[in-house]
Design a binder for this molecule. Structure first.
Ligand SMILES: CSCC[C@H](NC=O)C(=O)O
Ligand SMILES: [Zn+2]
Ligand SMILES: [Zn+2]
Length: 411
């Protein structure tokens, strides 16, 4: 059991932290792991310095559409002083068996588990009928535009003829694994207020700060209404709009902090908003124009990131054979899947779905708190090893499936 865990630790120790990930080191490491498995390998650089690694386990029937197992190689930054163990050390707590590292849940675990599962399948003498591709993509954490998005837009991707893609999910605090069939759309919104400057001791209307605060109050009321739906139960995390303030920027800097007796003429605030497929984006945008950033209150807005247009969902029912195969394969590995959900944040799966490839978000992590992007992100050693067996079962089922491919639903 030690070797797979050591290999996982080795991957975790590679510094692929945004905004300066060492992608080549990660790619070289994965290639070294793929070598003994005799997988075909190619590195694609849609953008210089951002390599995407594609591995292929060749199936015996090249006429059948292939399976894609996707993972991203980058991880989000951390405040190492707030961790109990440095996030790039992949320290194992020997009492609990927990491996502490950035990327232990999101999602270096999954990338390595795919490979470990293939290693086990080969050792057992299994040969795939369908080809299995493994993509290790860059830049997911900053939007995936130079990674999965360019990959999916290429003719080369179309030539791969992918029937189904698997990508990351979220840890489950309970026994059953979470599975995702769609995602909320990210809107990264900045609202700006302007107003006349003035003496800090003067009470007057329409200052930039007052204008911005009115918007913030309105946005907070909306946030509370959505949060109440969630707190009341019956509504899933991915089915309400989330709004969280990312930054506040205003004031006139001084050597000791900020000038205190000057009312600034400009103020801005940034929000991370996530919109479920079931919510009418036009109605929400009208609210933004009319209540959150009305020009009549000297306000403007811009989006730093916005996914617009149709949102594609992957059928998670009997109409899609890949769904049943996944459920059964997890069961055969001794696990259970819970009701399919909308992913609350974003993943590269949205690009696959948009290209017409059904995709499920799934990370085989149960009985574990979700610590993505948090301090002290960890994964239990036993949970990691169990996840490998879950993928053994899934890859076996997917790569052996002889039937027709599934469908994609549009919204
Ligand atoms: C909007 S692109 C950013 C993607 C990022 N993905 C995972 O956390 C997210 O914030 O959801
Ligand atoms: Zn991720
Ligand atoms: Zn992430």
């Amino acid at each position: 059991d030690d070797a797979p865990v050591s290999r996982f630790q080795e991957y975790l120790r590679i510094n692929t932290v945004q905004p300066n990930p060492d992608y080549y080191k990660a790619v070289d490491f994965i290639i070294s792991q793929a070598k003994p498995l005799s997988l075909e390998s190619q590195t694609i650089e849609h953008v210089k310095g951002k390599p995407l690694l594609l591995l292929k386990w060749v199936g015996s029937d090249p006429t059948l559409p292939a399976i894609l197992l996707n993972s991203h190689t980058d991880v989000v930054p951390f405040e190492d002083s707030k961790w109990t163990h440095h996030p790039l050390l992949a320290h194992i707590d020997h009492t609990s068996g927990n491996i502490y590292a950035r990327g232990s849940q999101d999602m270096k675990c999954v990338g390595m588990q795919y490979l470990e599962a293939i290693r086990k399948l080969q050792a057992s003498g299994f040969h795939p009928l369908r080809s299995v591709y493994l993509s290790f993509v860059p830049d997911e954490e900053i939007g995936g535009h130079d990674g999965a998005e360019k990959f999916v837009d290429s003719n080369f991707f179309k030539s791969l003829n992918i029937a189904i893609a698997l990508d990351e999910g979220l840890p489950s605090p309970t026994e059953s694994y979470r599975v995702f069939y769609g995602e909320r759309s990210p809107w990264w919104l900045v609202i700006k207020a302007k107003g006349p400057p003035g003496h800090g001791a003067k009470l007057y209307d329409h200052s930039a700060m007052e204008n911005l605060l009115k918007s913030i109050e309105s946005i907070r009321r909306f946030r509370a209404s959505q949060f109440d739906l969630l707190k009341a139960g019956g509504t899933a995390e991915g089915d309400v709009v989330s709004v969280n303030m990312a930054f506040l920027k205003a004031g006139t800097p001084s050597p000791t902090g900020f000038v205190m007796n000057l009312q600034p003429s400009e103020a801005e605030a940034g929000f991370d908003i996530r919109v479920p497929p079931s919510v009418d984006a036009e109605v929400l945008e009208r609210r933004l124009v009319e209540e959150w950033a009305p020009a009549s209150r000297n306000m403007s807005f811009e989006f730093k990131q916005k996914v617009t247009g149709k949102q594609f969902l992957t059928a998670a029912d009997d109409s899609n054979p890949w769904w049943g195969l996944l459920e059964t394969a997890v069961k055969e590995a001794g696990g259970r899947t819970s009701k399919p959900e909308i992913f609350p944040a974003s993943t590269d799966a949205r690009y696959f779905r948009k290209a017409g490839v059904p995709a499920f978000g799934f990370s085989p992590i149960s009985n574990t708190p979700s610590l993505l992007h948090d301090h002290n992100e960890y994964l239990g050693k036993a949970e990691y090893l169990k996840g490998i067996d879950v993928y053994v079962s899934i890859i076996k089922a997917y790569a052996s499936y002889e039937g027709k491919s599934g469908s994609r639903d549009e919204l």
